[in-house]
Ligand binder design. Structure first.
Ligand code: KIV
Ligand code: ZN
Length: 533
């Protein structure tokens, strides 16, 4: 890592191969349906991003809601190293609100955007000249407030090339210091992504004085390749999210571009300021707080990304780790140790193990987790790393302050009769018990939840995975619910699959309730559309 301020003067070419990492987990990532994070969770993720060496953190969309504004302002105040950026549509009130939030940062940035492709121009009903004029006015306005202004022509990859050059030139002249080229719908391919940046560098006057950024979505699975191709062509900022979180198929995954540049430095001689050993810790935390589990075979951070290793160890065949490894697990923050925990393990051993796994716990938190660990160790002879990760995820997803809390579950099934579940649950501040039948034990248990909590949510996804092997393995359950266009997810882990299912279901309902309240017509928060310009 270097000491240089992340956002160097753009004319400074002393480090021509340094690529700025712009993380938008808290803005584009959080925009993903169901990925809402609480204020405290956003602050925590921002701090982790800052500590891992991300150059720019896009902390939110301040005009979107009071909650977004508060989070961006607080993150701006707390950040020690990173530039703090807020998003604003091409409208003066958006830009003013954004500035109000980011101005507290040591290094603030305003990011303003407008859709420039024919389809997007039709939304505000502006012709090419009117839009060009709007861009000039809004970027100039942002630059009058802040020295550091990023401008994005949304849907750039489907914008007519001549028009793209024209509006990029206008934005540069109006004072933009970074020009971001979004592939909003994940439509481009690596060669085209590179050609676009090359063309802009060649054709646009003033292009050498600013930084070009690449912002890719993964609809065709090419976001990482497209981002790297753009860098090879001259872009020097990659916009990305942890775990590739984001709308639809997500954004470019931070861990993928950072590790690709590190591992293949021989053919892509670019550096970032990110400490890759912090990747696993933040990946797990983002999965927890967003409710979006990481797919098992996800590059870099998936549970199986380094799984070949243990098999080869067991077979005693590994002579040289490099035979199968292009990077070491430790490079991304995975512990090498295979120390298995059990019911005799003490608090200090648990703390050390969790720290290895990327969880730094305070004394009180450790006390709670230790109780849960002991309960698990009583039921399960050997507690593996994955068990502990599942336990931590469960603790974070289902807390004692939730509106609905599962207390006790009894299920009778398998005797040729309909399954029957008796559930005791805290609902607000009252404890209630209901018994319901169902088509199998999970259905019966979910029916008992529904008998105590009124909702219109529809179950969209119910998924069960075994964390480790053996019949005493914990199951992690993921549930996704939809209610009036709002989506929420819940997760839980337990050696009892039915209990984990109910806790995940209840977790999703708790999140749905929060989302419902946040966007209720009479609530003091408001939401705005990204597309209304
Ligand atoms: O994908 C996109 O176009 C965006 C812009 C707001 C930069 O996220
Ligand atoms: Zn985006």
């Amino acid at each position: 890592m270097t000491d240089r301020p992340a956002d160097r003067p753009v004319t400074d070419r002393s480090e021509p191969n340094r690529v700025l990492i712009f993380d938008t987990t808290l803005r584009d990532g959080e925009q993903s349906p169901g990925a809402t994070m609480s204020h405290a969770e956003k602050l925590e993720i921002a701090q982790m991003l800052d500590e891992m060496g991300v150059d720019i953190i896009e902390a939110g969309f301040p005009i979107a809601s009071e909650g977004d504004f508060a989070a961006v302002s607080e993150i701006a105040r707390q950040a020690k190293n990173a530039v703090i950026c807020g998003l604003a549509r091409a409208q003066f009130p958006d830009i003013d609100r954004c500035w109000e939030a980011v101005r507290h940062a040591r290094q603030p940035r305003i990011h303003t955007f407008i859709g420039t492709s024919p389809l997007h121009r039709a939304i505000p009903n502006l012709d090419m000249d009117q839009m060009a004029d709007r861009i000039h006015q809004t970027v100039s306005h942002a630059r009058n407030l802040c020295d550091n202004v990023q401008w994005s022509p949304m849907d750039a990859t489907r914008t007519e090339r001549d028009y793209l050059c024209r509006v990029v030139e206008i934005a540069i002249k109006a004072g933009a210091t970074t020009i971001n080229i979004p592939d909003t719908v994940g439509y481009t391919a690596p060669r085209e992504s590179a050609e676009l940046i090359r063309m802009l560098l060649e054709r646009v006057p003033g292009a050498d004085d600013i930084i070009f950024a690449t912002h890719c979505h993964n609809d065709l699975g090419m976001a990482t390749a497209n981002s790297l191709a753009a860098v090879e062509a001259g872009a020097r900022q990659i916009e990305c999210t942890i775990n590739g979180l984001g709308e639809r198929a997500g954004n470019t995954a931070l861990e993928e571009v950072v590790m690709a540049l590190k591992v293949r430095h021989d053919i892509m001689p670019f550096t970032t300021g990110v400490d890759s050993r912090k990747i696993m810790g933040i990946s797990r935390r983002v999965a927890q707080v967003s409710g979006f589990p990481v797919q098992f075979n996800k590059a870099i951070v998936g549970k199986n990304a380094f799984a070949h290793e243990s098999g080869i160890h067991q077979d005693g065949m590994l002579k040289n780790a490099e035979t199968f490894e292009i990077m070491r697990p430790a490079d991304v923050g995975l512990s090498d140790t295979s120390l298995v925990m059990g019911k005799h393990s003490g608090r200090a051993a648990l703390r050390a193990k969790l720290s290895d796994l990327g969880y730094e716990l305070g004394d009180n938190q450790l006390k709670d987790v230790f109780v849960r660990f002991k309960e698990l160790a009583d039921r399960k002879k050997e507690v593996y790393d994955d068990d502990l990760v599942a336990l931590m995820q469960d603790s974070a997803a289902n807390t004692g302050s939730d509106f609905l809390q599962v207390k006790k579950l009894r299920v009778v099934c398998g005797g040729g009769e309909p399954a029957m579940a008796t559930l005791t649950m805290v609902v607000g501040d009252a404890e209630r018990t209901e018994t319901r039948q169902g088509d199998g034990p999970v259905d019966a248990a979910f029916n008992a939840v529904d008998a105590m909590f009124d909702h219109q949510g529809v179950l969209q996804l119910y998924q069960v995975h075994a964390v480790t092997e053996g019949t005493d393995a914990q199951a992690t359950v993921s549930v996704r619910m939809e209610e009036a266009g709002r989506i929420a997810t819940g997760q839980s882990a337990d050696t009892d699959t039915i209990l984990a299912s109910v806790k995940a279901y209840v977790g999703a309902l708790n999140r749905l309730k929060v989302r419902r309240e946040k966007t209720a017509p009479d609530s003091d928060t408001k939401s705005v559309s990204m597309y209304s310009h």
